[in-house]
Structure formats: C-alpha cells, structure tokens
Write a protein that binds this ligand. Structure first.
Ligand code: ADP
Length: 488
C-alpha cells in the first residue's frame, strides 16, 4: 500500500506543537509496518541543512509561474521537502512572523503546498518515476485543499487516490475572505455551506472536512466532542453528518526520543524499577533554573503553547496562593504576549520559587519532564495532548482537565489509598477545580511510598505508537475493502 503524507511541519526539522511530533513518528512506524510511504513538508530555514539534501526535481503547478523544488534527505529518502524560498524561507515560524502575527500570505503559501502535492499524486511529476499513492493522508487546515482539488479532478473524469484528513485541532480553520478564491484560482460554485464556505469565509479546514473520503482525529473522546455544539467550533453539524466516516485514533509517543532510561538531555537516567536518577534530575533542574534546591518542594511544571486553549491563565491565577505553600513552579512556553508577560511578572515576584522561560526549547522540555514532580495540563480542550503521555513515562503524574485526549489517557488516583489511576483529573476548567486537584496530588506527594507507586503505575503504561499505528493501517485497508479505490 502506497501512502502519501502531506503536512506543514515535521519534527525535528520544524515543530510548533504536537502535529510536528506526529508527522515525524507516525510515518516512520507505518514504514516499519510495511507501508510504502512518502511525506511532503515545506523546507523552512535552518533545518535540514542543504548538504543533507538531494534535489529530486522542479515542480510546476497550474495557473502560476511560481515553481517549487522537491528535495529528499540522503539518509531518509522517503522524506521530501518542498523548497520555495519566497514562501517558506523566512524568519519567524511556519505560520507567523517574528512578532507572532500570521503571515499575510498564508493562503497562497499553503495553497502552493497543496497544489504541488496534487501534481505529485496525480502522477504529473515525471521525475518521480511513476510513484503514485493509493492513499493521501492530510493533516490540519494547511493541507485541507488537497481533498478538494482532487475532487475537482474527479469531476472532470480524472482518477484520484483516496483521501484521509486528520483533525489535529479543530480551532485552526484556515479562514480567508471569499475573494481569496479568485486569487487561488478556485471555483466559486462550491462556495456555499455544503462546500468550502464556513460562515461567510472560505475555509481550508472545511474543504478538507467536506471532500476527504475519511476523517480522523487524534483521540476517541475528541472525535465525540467535536460532534457537539459546545466543542464543534461551528463544524459540529457537518461532523455529525460525516460521523460514519470519522474515527478517533489516539496519538502515540515516540519512546525512542522520550525515554528516561537513555535520554541524552538528562543528567541522570531512571526507569520504573529505579527512580534514584529522577531525584538527581530534580536537583539539576532546580539549580539550572535558579530555583531553591529543596528536595521537599512539590515541583510543578507546564510546557505549552501559551494560549487560551491550554488554560495557563488558570495556573497563573493560582500562583500567589500556591507560592505560600511548599510548591515550586516552572513554565516553559511561548504564545500570547499578555500570558507571556503575566507569567514573567509572577516569576519576578517569586524568585527561587517560580520560573517562566519564554522560549521553545526542546532540550529543556525533556529536563523539565524528568525533573518535576507533577505536570499541569489544564487545557480547556485538548484534541489529544502529548505532554501528559511524556509525563507518565517520566514519572511526573499529570494533573489534567477532563477533556479530549486527556480524559482518554489519564485516570484519577483518588486519594492514593487504593492504588489506582495514573494522575489527577478535574472539571470544570476553573482555577478552583485545578487547585483542588493540586491539593489532592500534594497530599499524596508527601507520602513518598504512595507517590512512588503512582509514578510507577504511570511509567509502566504503554502509550507508544506501536499501540495505535495499526489502527491507521486498518483504516487504510478498509478504504480498499469497501471499494473506494476500485476506479483507481
Ligand atoms: P499542541 O499540539 O496543542 O501544542 P501537544 O501536547 O499535542 O499540544 O504537543 C505539544 C508539543 O510541543 C509537545 O511535544 C511539547 O513538548 C512541545 N512544546 C510546546 N511548547 C514547547 C516549548 N516552549 N518548548 C519545547 N517544546 C514545546
């Protein structure tokens, strides 16, 4: 089976969140399971280096004189980068400029990626020696035009591969003014509520959701939630009509990268059999960040995009009160300016007790997971979430709001006496409910034997891709079996 992934980011080359982790790990495991896979991502500055790449060809797209180049990695030739310096070689991030504003030409940039993908899958790039996928697997709004463009090709009699569209986060909808249709050379006749229109805007996400053959999202609970008006972000009606085609498949974690037994970022290693190394990681983290090196402090951590979704404001609201107790706090994140500033102001007020690192720092994120006692994830909604699973593996029981993938992965430990659960769950998403869960966690933390049993239970769980990747294969196969690919 030949599968083509198209995505806007892929770790370690580009990553703004969980999407980059997934598009790195999932294709690798699907390959190991026997899938003939290729992945296409834009080439952003810095990584990978040009000397690690080999040029495959130049790609032309319809309606435009702009061309792109395909390059593949020498040592992983199944990873293809789209080089188009005007669109993708810029300072800042994949979607935003250095001041945190969306790039003004995001529609054109990602439409270009989508058009190139379609040229490839339709076999119009001669240099690729006839490689054509059976299934095109798209990820989030940045690739939502692909199913639509392929449906347009089918309308005029062309064969096309089947399409699977995965929702990593329904909140990002790729919405643009309707005038964009003309700029992107897209037909206006499909701009209506049953097509590409989303409440007056043209939406890449909507195009993906309407025209893909199958939809998936990244946890069973989120698959259910997005079909309700409360969590459907205006798309619940459409998702209900497509519920027969929608599956929730839990993301996995890459246990080679997230392995406390051998993680090169850590000063000491540990596993569920021996937690001594974790104490060394805590002391190291405290001194690295300038926190008081007091082992008895209950050290809480949060690594997150600092946006409303993640509920960081709930944590910040509680800080003055938590700082009166034997609690320390470390926050690593970037995002909304007011949340960044608020976190920094609080950290300045509580030296030795609270740290706010406004940065995207992969190495520090591993050191935090290992060095803290418990991880805070009070997300208002969370499609899957990866950090709670990293935390389980690193012996840092997660304290989470009961939503989406957090509810699918965390079971409450209660008061710790019954040896059950792997973390702490609260609802609703309020500072009060969060405080309650932190109180319960702290009351177990001060009983080291019970706490260690809780840590060990979480560390023994398996949230690796080995558990869930097979479900994608089953999904791909089901498309074959029910005949969607007959014509192809
Ligand atoms: P989302 O995709 O909504 O941001 P996830 O929990 O699914 O949330 O994934 C977030 C990923 O990004 C995790 O791998 C997390 O460690 C990483 N991450 C987020 N912020 C930072 C940061 N400031 N520094 C390092 N890694 C970060």
């Amino acid at each position: 089976m030949r599968v083509f992934f198209v995505a806007s980011e892929m770790a370690p080359f580009s990553k703004t969140g969980g999407l980059g982790d997934v598009t790195a790990a999932l294709p690798a495991i699907l390959r190991a399971l026997g899938t003939d896979i290729r992945i296409l991502v834009p080439l952003y500055p810095d990584r990978p280096r040009m000397e690690d790449l080999r040029k495959l060809c130049t790609v032309h797209i319809p309606f435009s004189t702009t061309t792109g180049e395909l390059w593949s990695l020498y040592d992983q030739p199944y990873i293809w980068f789209l080089r188009q310096p005007e669109y993708f070689h810029r300072p800042g991030g994949p979607y935003q400029d250095p001041r945190g504003q969306d790039w003004r030409d995001n529609a054109e940039r990602f439409a270009f990626l989508n058009r190139v993908a379609v040229e490839i899958v339709q076999g119009r790039v001669a240099e690729l020696d006839g490689w054509r996928p059976d299934i095109v697997h798209l990820h989030d709004w940045q690739t939502g035009l692909v199913p639509y463009l392929l449906a347009l090709e089918e309308k005029v009699g062309a064969n096309r591969p089947a399409t699977v569209f995965t929702i990593h986060n329904l909140a990002y909808q790729g919405r643009f003014a309707p005038e964009m249709l003309r700029r992107l050379h897209l037909p206006e006749e499909d701009f209506h509520p049953g097509g590409t229109e989303l409440y007056g805007s043209f939406s890449f996400l909507k195009a993906g959701l309407v025209y893909a053959d199958r939809l998936t999202t990244v946890s069973p609970r989120y698959a259910h939630e997005i079909q309700t008006p409360e969590s459907g972000m205006g798309l619940d009606g459409l998702l209900r009509t497509r519920s027969g085609d929608l599956t929730g498949i839990l993301n996995g974690i890459d246990t080679t990268i997230w392995n406390p037994g051998a993680d090169p970022s850590l000063p000491a290693h540990f596993n569920s059999g021996s937690l001594t190394g974790k104490s060394a990681c805590k002391t190291h983290l405290q001194s690295l960040l300038g926190l008081d090196t007091d082992h008895g402090m209950f050290l809480l951590g949060m690594i997150s995009r600092l946006v409303e979704q993640k509920g960081c404001d709930l944590v910040l609201q509680l800080m003055p009160e938590l700082m009166r107790r034997r609690i320390q706090m470390v926050i690593l994140g970037t995002g909304d300016r007011h949340l960044e500033q608020w976190a920094q102001e609080l950290a300045a007020r509580y030296p030795g007790r609270m740290v706010a690192k406004i940065a995207f720092d992969e190495c520090l994120s591993h050191q935090i997971e290992a060095g803290i006692d418990a991880f805070l994830m009070p997300s208002r909604f969370e499609p899957c979430g990866l950090n709670q699973m990293y935390s389980l593996r690193y012996g840092s029981p997660p304290i989470v709001h009961e939503t989406g993938g957090l509810a699918d992965t965390i079971q409450d430990a209660g008061d710790g006496s019954r040896d059950q659960g792997n973390g702490f769950i609260f609802r609703p998403a309020t500072a009060d409910a969060l405080r309650n869960a932190i109180d319960r966690a702290e009351s177990i933390f001060v009983q080291p034997e019970q706490w260690q049993r809780l840590q060990r239970r979480g560390m023994a769980e398996d949230y690796s891709w080995q558990q869930t990747a097979q479900q994608y294969i089953t999904l791909y196969r089901s498309i074959f079996l029910n005949g969607s690919l007959e014509k192809y």
